[in-house]
Each structure stands twice: as structure tokens, then as C-alpha cells.
Ligand binder design. Structure first.
Ligand SMILES: Nc1ncnc2c1ncn2[C@@H]1O[C@H](COP(=O)(O)OP(=O)(O)OP(=O)(O)O)[C@@H](O)[C@H]1O
Ligand SMILES: N[C@@H](CCO)C(=O)O
Length: 291
């Protein structure tokens, strides 16, 4: 039996728009049950997500190796769709890993990352989904360069609103250009954030996580919970709240006990009636098991 598991990912971390992401311990698991006459995907996502070769996981697998023998696969997932926790990246990475395992000529992890980035459009979800932990990456010049930083000794408080927000819709809210001075300021904040994360200066990192100039201000009207969660955290003396991926999920990074306190406070607000998770970081990335 072949089993592939891929973690959820929280992209951007504020100023690291399109280039920084964190793998969280919330998994999609794909199990290959055996060969079949046609591709068959049992999954819990409802009928809007295809159960045959049109499914994103299978389409992705076939884009790598078009001649794969059809399989019956079963998928379970803790990761909600279109909520800013990298569900499309988990599907892409699971599909590529599936093709890699079924094919006679697998490609390397680096080639897998390049292909996954091309399919997703940016590396900030697929890179941590493949490598695990905290990854900073760029694909600005075509090639993908990814650097895995030391895994932060932090937990993630994850607030998932009930409404979906598709990445495509959330990207439509972004401006096509940013003034030069704003770009310099945004880049200086992002660079300093990476330095703080690399040196495990969590206090500074959590402060800078909230100083994005690239996307949150343009998306704030789509995600009213962001300001409420951030304000509630500030009242408890906590920094480190940002819009996860394209939203609407809000993540706050910090120590486990203080995040428990934050969630207890947030749950008292009747407007924050979504789902709550308190997650460790997934340091491993995509896992393949054969039994
Ligand atoms: N396991 C899956 N199997 C098939 N399709 C999937 C799967 N997971 C996600 N998708 C597709 O991806 C879409 C969601 O992608 P989208 O990029 O909008 O959100 P996301 O990846 O969850 O969020 P973000 O990129 O902001 O973290 C779903 O509506 C569905 O079409
Ligand atoms: N960096 C991406 C992540 C979601 O795919 C965004 O914020 O649009």
C-alpha cells in the first residue's frame, strides 16, 4: 500500500508575500488502493471537486507522467478548501508525489518543487509543503530558489472563518503596481523579518509579521476578522497575527499557553464563529510510506 501525506501551509507570514511559508501539522493523506479501469478518487470534498481524472491531484500527476496506469485512490483531509491553508498546493504536491512513486523514472525533490511552483504560480505554499518547516523562496527569475530556515519553536493559532475565499478572487483585490518608496519599505521589513527568523529572534519576528506593505491592506475589506483577531491579541500583549495565504484564515504565531489564552478570548466574540486550531509546525513536509 502506498500512502502520501502533505501538510497544510500558511503562506506570506505578513511581509513575505508570495515568498515565505510555514508548514502546519494538519494533513491531507492520499492512499493508493490499487489499479483500476479508470481513475477513481474517493474524497470528502463533495461533488464540486471531481472524483475522476479531472481531479486536481490526478490532473497534476498526469501532467508529469501522462501514461500512468489508472488507480483507485482514497483521500482524507483535515485541510479546508479555499481558506488560505494551501489546499491547492497540497493537491498539487500529492499529485506530483503520486506520479513520482508510480512512474519508472521519478524526478528529484528540486525538480518537483520547480514543477509544483509553475503549477501553483508562486512557491510560498508548495515549498514548505514539500520541504516542511519555514521556507523562504523565490521564482522571480524563473528558477526556484528555496531556503529552509530553522524550524521556529512556536505554535500557530489558526482561526478559519466559515466563508471560502478563492485565491484568484483575493488576488483581484491587489494593485497592479506599488510606488517605489512603498516597495523599498516593504522589502526592508521583509528582509529584516527573515533575519529575525533566521536568528530566532522571535520577539522582533512577531512584531515584523504585522508590518506587511504588499497585500494585507488591500485585502482587509475581504477579511474583517483580521483586524479583530489582531486587536484582541494586542489587548493580551501578543504580536504575530497575519492573513494566512490569500485568506480568510488568520494565523497568530506564539507560545502554546498564550495562544490558548488568545483563543479563549476570541471564542467569546460572537462574530468569530469559525473553526479554531492550535497547531505545531510540521517540520517534515511531504511524506511517502510504502507497506
Ligand atoms: N485535495 C484536492 N483535490 C482536488 N482539488 C482540490 C483539492 N484541494 C484543493 N483543491 C482545489 O483548489 C481550490 C482551492 O484553491 P485556492 O488556491 O483558491 O485556495 P487554498 O489553496 O486553499 O488557499 P491559499 O492558496 O490561499 O492557501 C478548491 O476550490 C479546489 O478546486
Ligand atoms: N501568496 C499567495 C498565497 C495564496 O496562494 C497569496 O497571498 O495570494
Amino acid at each position: 500500500m502506498l500512502t502520501i501525506s502533505v501538510p497544510a501551509t500558511s503562506a506570506n507570514l505578513g511581509p513575505g508575500f508570495d515568498s515565505m511559508g510555514l508548514a502546519l501539522d494538519m494533513q491531507l493523506t492520499l492512499t493508493v488502493l490499487g489499479p483500476s479501469t479508470t481513475w477513481q478518487v474517493d474524497h470528502p470534498f463533495g461533488n464540486e471537486v471531481p472524483h475522476d481524472e479531472r481531479n486536481l491531484m490526478i490532473k497534476t500527476a498526469l501532467s508529469l507522467h501522462p501514461d500512468l496506469t489508472p488507480q483507485h485512490v482514497s483521500v482524507t483531509s483535515e485541510i479546508p478548501l479555499a481558506r488560505g491553508l494551501g489546499s491547492s498546493s497540497t493537491a498539487i504536491v500529492a499529485g506530483l508525489a503520486l506520479a513520482n512513486e508510480l512512474a519508472a523514472t521519478p524526478i528529484s525533490r528540486e525538480a518537483l518543487l520547480t514543477r509544483a511552483t509553475a503549477l501553483e504560480g508562486h512557491p510560498d505554499n508548495v515549498a514548505p509543503a514539500i520541504l516542511g518547516g519555514l521556507v523562504v523562496a523565490t521564482a522571480a527569475d524563473g528558477d526556484v530558489q528555496a531556503v529552509k530556515l530553522p524550524t521556529p519553536d512556536l505554535f500557530a493559532s489558526v482561526y478559519v472563518p466559515n466563508e471560502e475565499l478563492l485565491t484568484a478572487a483575493s488576488r483581484e483585490a491587489l494593485p497592479s503596481e506599488l510606488p517605489y518608496k512603498a516597495a523599498i519599505a516593504g522589502s526592508s521589513i521583509a528582509n529584516t523579518l527573515v533575519a529575525a527568523l533566521a536568528t530566532q529572534n522571535w520577539d522582533l519576528a512577531l512584531t515584523l509579521l504585522e508590518q506587511d506593505r504588499f497585500h494585507e491592506q488591500f485585502r482587509a475589506h475581504l477579511v474583517p476578522a483580521l483586524a479583530i483577531v489582531r486587536q484582541t491579541a494586542h489587548e493580551l500583549g501578543l504580536k504575530g497575527t497575519y492573513l494566512s495565504g490569500a485568506g480568510p484564515t488568520i494565523v497568530t504565531l506564539g507560545r502554546q499557553a498564550e495562544l490558548q489564552q488568545l483563543q479563549a478570548q476570541l471564542k467569546q466574540n460572537p462574530t468569530l464563529d469559525g473553526q479554531y486550531h492550535l497547531l505545531p509546525i510540521d517540520a517534515a513536509g511531504v511524506k511517502v510510506e510504502k507497506s
